[in-house]
Design a protein around this ligand. Structure first.
Ligand SMILES: *Cc1c(COP(=O)(O)O)cnc(C)c1O
Length: 425
């Protein structure tokens, strides 16, 4: 541990919650240098939907490297890229009636994709303002950070974060407030002070923002609002996409058609850096090289991403298993809630993007600490870090789910029990 404390910048973060040295990882497990096994309910913050070192993906990558496949090729045509483009179109876009989207490869992180999406929306519409939502998270480079809500991250910008109007997310004011109607009024009033936006950027489930869920109805109304006011609809599916909610895209059962979709995190399937923007064909108004980058399209990621699509998305079987496991986890969490805090704990999220909301961040942190001591890597999310967030690999086994839920049950019992005792004394 000394080396990290001595040499690595203080900006390091997740490692502070899990102060051990991990050496190996397989499926839904992380293994330390001294052989201790942990179940991984963090999974690279949603980057490891298919688990660590999935054997088929690993083999595809090993074969590619062994054959001296191109590793870096700027954005030149490579066999790996061709295969990915063809596979993504065949297995994802075409069956979903989305063959008219173009794929843009940006720099390899999520925030790169968001920057490109916002830049394109502004270029195409000639407008500069963008609507983003309370508790939304879109990345930490300046343009994406402007759209991000989190004060801790925003505060580090050191410069102005301009051209974003924040609006209340789906149920920000509870179920009774019509946030779409509110936005419509603001956008229809030339003196509201809200300039006509180029786009709205939205997550269907707010991953970092506390697993707040937008309903299909709200998303459909948002799409209508976009049409009415000439704004593009950008769905940031970086965390909720790639199967996390049960379907490949988090919005595909909602009956909407976003103008732009951002993907990253689990897109490579193997934890490799990789990001992509999907844009409706008529929006593809880029000049060659107008949005540039040395690492646009990672050939190793093209290989593993195509292998992941072929392995998991040829049939509906995987999607069905995600839904079933999501239900198993949600049921287990409901039991924990009933036992340890029926009035103070709440289930959040959808699909396999689930968490338990606690009365405050200290309680959630104490639960995560206790769980870690018992062999479960789990983190918090939310405005006050109050949600214990379970983002396990989608390939996790039922036995591992049950084991992890037992660890969580014990942790909630200890922390909520202590809480009750403190209140009584
Ligand atoms: C993680 C995330 C990003 C940013 O991705 P990075 O790779 O960390 O830059 C953007 N949007 C959403 C919804 C995310 O979850």
């Amino acid at each position: 541990m000394k080396t990290f404390e001595l040499r690595e910048s203080k900006v390091r973060s997740y490692c502070r919650s899990f102060p051990v040295i991990f050496k190996q990882a397989r499926g839904a497990e992380l293994i330390t240098a001294d052989g201790k096994h942990y179940i991984d309910f963090l999974a690279g913050a949603g980057t490891l939907n298919y688990g660590h070192n999935h054997p088929q993906l690993k083999q595809a990558l090993l074969d590619y490297i062994e054959g001296d496949g191109v590793t870096h090729g700027l954005d030149m045509y490579t066999a790996a890229k061709e295969r990915f483009l063809e596979t993504f179109a065949r297995l994802i876009l075409e069956p979903r009636g989305m063959a008219d989207y173009r794929m843009q490869f940006t720099g390899p992180t999520g925030t790169n994709a968001v920057e490109a999406a916002l830049k394109l929306a502004r270029k195409v519409t000639g407008r500069s303002n963008v609507i983003s939502f309370t508790n939304g998270f879109h990345g930490c480079s300046i343009g994406a950070l402007a759209a991000t809500g989190n004060q801790h991250h925003r505060g580090a910008s050191g410069t102005g974060l301009a051209d974003v109007s924040r609006m209340p997310y789906a149920n920000y004011f509870g179920d009774k407030t019509n946030t779409i109607g509110m936005m419509d009024k603001l956008l229809s009033d030339p003196s509201s002070g809200i300039d006509k936006p180029a786009a709205v950027i939205v997550e269907t489930v707010q991953g970092e923002g506390g697993l707040n869920v937008a309903s299909a109805e709200w998303m459909r109304k948002l799409e209508k609002l976009c049409l009415k006011h000439g704004m593009l609809l950008i769905v940031d599916d970086i965390q909720a996409g790639c199967g996390r909610t049960g379907s490949f895209f988090s919005f595909e059962e909602m009956g909407i058609k976003p103008d732009i979709v951002t993907l990253s995190k689990s897109l490579s399937g193997y934890g490799l850096p990789f990001a992509m923007v999907l844009l409706r064909q008529e929006l593809d108004q880029w000049q060659p090289g107008e949005h540039n980058g040395t690492f646009r399209g990672n050939n190793h990621a093209f290989v593993t991403a195509a292998a992941a699509l072929e392995h998991f998305w040829q049939t509906d079987e995987f999607s069905g298993s995600v839904k079933a496991k999501g239900k198993r986890i949600a049921d287990g969490m409901q039991r924990i809630i009933r036992r340890h805090g029926p009035d103070s704990l709440f289930l959040k999220g959808r699909g396999m993007m689930l968490g338990i909301s606690c009365p405050d961040g200290e309680i959630a942190a104490a639960v995560c600490r206790q769980a870690f001591a018992d062999g479960l890597v789990v983190e918090t999310s939310g405005a006050h870090s109050e949600v214990v967030k379970c983002l396990c690999p989608l390939v996790i086994s039922e036995a591992q789910i049950d084991k992890a839920l037992n660890i969580l049950d014990k942790a909630f019992a200890a922390v909520m029990g202590e809480q009750a005792a403190n209140q009584a004394s």
